[in-house]
Structures are given as structure tokens and as C-alpha cells.
Design a protein around this ligand. Structure first.
Ligand code: MSP
Length: 505
């Protein structure tokens, strides 16, 4: 099986923040999870570089727009590895390859009689790069604002339109057949009621600025930034060559997006695709938004979270773990220093880290750095092994359903049981009374620690690399397909330093 997962492509008007980091890490987790299942996996991210918002930002800095986007895009590209993310491609909408794919898509829609020329008159928000109905807006002192709080302005210009209204019934039919195509369920319902509220034709070109992909055979129009941007997902698979291996293997894919951009992905994008004789996305997952110590994150409040700073302060895997263990994926979350310290200390330092550290150093000291497969399995041991299998099944099921927090909970609840087994079997006491039993117990604990490590790898990959080295293992040996049967005759251990130091508040 194959698996294609994408982040939204990020606007280059500003530097990356926690919101961008969050979506990218989420995709990395699912990509790594699928790679660990030996699936053929493609993880795409990149930058969205056209449109009025980006043009304005370049102008404000008095920089040539192309030079500006080249610089800004670099910030996003460099952030990806700093987040511990292992993407397969990084796309830029200013790439020639993308421009020609977007033009091909435009012509395809035009040839399929889906585009016509008319005039647009209505509200537009440059910050959201979105058109709004007046009924969606809120009156403020000096005008109106969009649901996002962004200011809107009245625009009136000649525009090409996409016949979105023709796709209302077809979209509803598609989503009725594919009830899991939008997750979480509440977002699915939201999209359905938006579509049922009636779809108007969508303005897809602009004439009041130049920074965009030129509409084919037109001098004055550039494409609306969203039709250009959404096309990135198929450009990366070599569209328009739909018979190439990548396109055949990976389309349709899974899009992870923030809740604010669900409408573009779940309404406009599938309509464009179907109108161009292509399949709509397999799945769209909308995640929530982060606040900072209870406050909305915004530049004007000066509380924007810089991903580099928090990673340097708390550690990469500590942050990755916190973001996905603390808050159910799909819900809004609050970023707080206390919450990070509590979560990391309780789960990573105490529950998991201490288990590894105290058992590994005990084995090194008292069992000649080695454990071997026991001849006898007692009922307690069998229970420990069986319960791993149950936790593993639940973990798989939750990960398949994009519920990372629940999948992590399955492992950490199980690790608490492993700790209880350690305390009950007390290898340090057995050392004096029954050295054979001590060795057996150490084997079971080590085996289970390794198995749990493999399950945690998608979320905390660099720590798991270090942990597996303690046991002379790597992911070349282990994955989610063979983990249940992993049962080696001997495991030799190396000395190590604590992997998850406690965070002092
Ligand atoms: N360029 C468009 C996407 C085009 S995809 C074809 C865009 N870019 S963005 O840079 O503004 O936003 C990218 C992502 O960051 C969105 O998914 C958005 O939800 C997410 N976040 C921005 N702020 C956020 C938080 N405070 N918390 C979590 N995610 C947030 O939209």
C-alpha cells in the first residue's frame, strides 16, 4: 500500500511559528508511522509564495518580490529538519514546474467548460486571502471583519469564475459515500452544512496586482492564490503527467490542515479536482489552534512562539511529545510552560526514561550487560507480554484514525503496568534469592522496553534512535510489522546517559 501525506504550503509573508511547526510535525508522525509499517510513503511540504499578502510583505520591506520569497522560503525549508521531520519533497509555488502544472489545470478546467469571465464585486480579506459573503462578517467600528478577525475590503474587478455552484450535489454525494473523508466528525458536519447552505461560483483570478501565476492567454489576470496553491499537491506528483508512477501510486492523498483552511481543502479543492477529471483527496484532517498561556497568539500581542526557541529550551522530542500527547489531535490546545514540564517529567522522565535507565544500568552491573531468552514463562510474564499485544492493537487502531494522543496514552498506560511489574518482581531482591529468575525478569522488561520504543518512534524519533543503540539495535531490525514476533535469543546492552532529563520549573 502507499501513503501520501501533505502539510499546507506556508505563506512566506512572515517567519515560521508554532502553528507551522505543529502541522509539519503531525505529518511527520503519520509519515514515519506508515514507513514503520513498510508502506510506500511520500511526505510533502513547502511554501505558498504568490498573492497579495506576500506581495505586500515584500513591498513593506522594499525588496524585490522574487528575492524576498527566495529568502523567506529558506526559513521554512530549514525549519523542517530542525523539527526532526523527514520530508520527501519541498515544493515552492514559484517553481517553474509548479507554474506550468497550475496553468495546465486552468486550461483543463476551461476546456471542461468550468470557467467563465465576469465581474466580481464583494468583500475580500488579504490576510486570509479569502472572499467572504457579507452574512459571514462582523461589524466593527470602521468596517467589517472576517470570522478570523481579519479586516476585509470591498473589491470590484473583472474576474474569471469557476462554476462551483455546479458541484454542490456532487460534493454532497461524494461525502455521503465517504463519511471518513473529513475528520474529525464535527468538521465533516461543518463542511456538509456549508455546502448545503448553497455554493456560489468562485472568483479565481485577480487583476489589481501582478504577483501570481499568469492566467493562460490573458494579459491582465493572475490566478487567485488558492487555485495556484492547492495545485501544489499534484504538481509534486508530476501532474499533468497522470500516468507517471508517483501520480498513479500516491494520488489521492491525505491533507493535514488547520481548521481555518478546511473550506478551501474540503470544498474548493475536491470540486476543482473532479471538474478536472481527477479524484478528490482521500482524507482531510483539520486540526485545532494553539494559544499561548491562555491567550490567542498574535504578532500585536507579541506572544508568537518561535519554534527554534522552545526546541532549544526544552528539547526537540520533548516538544514533539508535548504537542501531541497533551491535546487530542483536532482540538485546540494551550501552550504553557507548566504543562510542558509536567507532561515531560511524568511521562518521559519518570515513566519511560527511569524504566530504561534503572534496568539498563542494573543489567550492565549485575548481569554482565546481557539478557537471554528464558526457558520458563510464568503467568505474570505472560500477562505482561499479552498486555503489550493489546496495547499495540489499540495503538495501531488509534494511529490509523489520526488519534495520536490516544495512541500515546495506550503506550504510556502500558508502561505504567511495566513499572508495576518491575516493582513487584524486584530484580534487585531476586539478585540475592534467585539469580536465574532475576535474569528472566530482566529479559522480559528489556524486550518490552524495546517494543514500546518502536511504537514511540514516529513521535520521538531521535530519542528512540539513542535508546535502540543501548540495545545494539536500530530500525533496520525492527518495525511495526515484525515487532510482535521480536523475540531474540540474547540482547547485549551498551552504557548510556539519561535520555530524558527532568525539566526543572
Ligand atoms: N498558504 C495557506 C495554505 C495553502 S495550502 C494549499 C496558509 N498558510 S499559513 O502559513 O497561513 O498557515 C499554515 C497553517 O498554519 C494552517 O494550517 C494554519 O491552521 C496553521 N496555523 C497558524 N496558526 C496556528 C496556531 N496558532 N495553531 C495551530 N496552527 C495554526 O494558510
Amino acid at each position: 500500500m502507499s501513503f501520501f501525506i501533505t502539510t499546507p504550503i506556508y505563506y512566506v509573508n512572515d517567519v515560521p511559528h508554532i502553528g507551522h511547526a505543529y502541522t509539519t510535525i503531525a505529518c511527520d508522525i503519520f509519515s514515519r508511522f506508515n514507513k514503520l509499517k513498510n508502506e510506500d510513503t511520500f511526505f510533502l511540504t513547502g511554501t505558498d509564495e504568490h498573492g497579495q499578502k506576500v506581495e505586500k510583505a515584500a513591498l513593506a520591506q522594499n525588496t524585490d518580490t522574487q528575492i524576498f520569497v527566495d529568502e523567506m522560503s529558506k526559513n521554512f525549508r530549514e525549519l523542517v529538519p530542525y523539527l526532526g521531520c523527514d520530508n520527501d519533497d519541498f515544493i515552492r509555488t514559484t517553481d517553474d514546474k509548479h507554474k506550468s502544472a497550475a496553468k495546465f489545470l486552468w486550461n483543463k478546467l476551461k476546456n471542461n467548460n468550468q470557467i467563465y469571465l465576469s465581474n466580481y464585486e464583494g468583500w475580500y480579506s488579504i490576510r486570509d486571502e479569502a472572499f467572504y459573503q457579507e452574512s459571514e462578517l462582523t461589524k466593527v467600528e470602521n468596517g467589517f471583519v472576517a470570522p478570523s478577525g481579519a479586516p476585509v475590503e470591498w473589491v470590484k474587478e473583472e474576474s474569471y469564475f469557476f462554476k462551483l455552484s455546479e458541484w454542490e450535489d456532487k460534493l454532497i454525494k461524494f461525502y455521503e459515500k465517504n463519511k471518513d473523508a473529513i475528520l474529525p466528525k464535527s468538521r465533516y458536519n461543518e463542511v456538509i452544512s456549508f455546502i448545503k447552505g448553497g455554493l456560489k461560483d468562485l472568483s479565481i483570478s485577480r487583476t489589481t496586482f501582478k504577483w501570481g501565476i499568469k492566467v493562460p492567454d490573458e494579459d491582465n489576470h493572475v490566478m487567485y492564490v488558492w487555485i495556484d496553491a492547492l495545485c501544489n499537491y499534484i504538481t509534486a506528483l508530476n501532474y499533468p503527467d497522470i500516468n507517471n508512477n508517483n501520480f498513479k501510486k500516491f494520488w489521492p492523498g491525505v491533507h493535514i490542515v488547520g481548521k481555518d483552511i478546511l473550506r478551501f481543502h474540503a470544498v474548493y479543492w475536491p470540486a476543482f479536482l473532479m471538474a478536472a477529471d481527477l479524484k478528490p483527496p482521500k482524507k482531510i484532517f483539520a486540526h485545532g489552534w494553539w494559544t499561548n498561556e491562555g491567550q490567542k497568539i498574535s504578532k500585536s500581542l507579541g506572544n508568537v512562539i518561535n519554534p527554534y526557541e522552545i526546541i532549544d529550551q526544552y528539547g526537540l522530542d520533548q516538544i514533539r511529545f508535548f504537542l501531541f500527547r497533551e491535546v487530542p489531535f483536532g482540538n485546540d490546545g494551550d501552550f504553557s510552560k507548566d504543562a510542558i514540564a509536567q507532561r515531560v517529567n511524568a511521562d518521559l522522565s519518570n515513566n519511560f526514561g527511569n524504566l530504561i535507565q534503572r534496568i539498563a544500568s542494573f543489567i550492565i552491573k549485575n548481569a554482565n550487560s546481557e539478557v537471554s531468552k528464558p526457558n520458563e514463562i510464568k503467568e505474570k510474564d505472560n500477562k505482561l507480554l499479552q498486555e503489550f499485544n493489546i496495547a499495540f492493537r489499540n495503538y495501531l487502531n488509534n494511529m490509523e484514525n489520526f488519534q495520536i494522543d490516544k495512541a500515546l496514552k495506550n503506550i504510556f498506560e502500558y508502561l505504567s503496568e511495566v513499572n508495576a511489574y518491575v516493582d513487584e518482581q524486584a530484580p534487585w531482591a531476586l539478585k540475592k534469592t534467585d539469580i536465574n529468575r532475576m535474569q528472566d525478569v530482566l529479559y522480559f522488561i528489556t524486550l518490552i522496553t524495546i517494543k514500546c520504543s518502536v511504537l514511540l518512534q514516529p513521535v520521538i524519533p531521535s530519542s528512540i534512535d539513542k535508546i535502540l543503540k543501548i540495545y545494539n539495535l536500530s530500525l533496520k531490525d525492527l518495525n511495526l510489522v515484525n515487532i510482535e514476533d521480536f523475540n531474540p535469543n540474547t540482547i547485549k546492552l551498551n552504557k548510556s546517559n539519561p535520555i530524558f532529563p527532568r525539566i526543572e520549573q
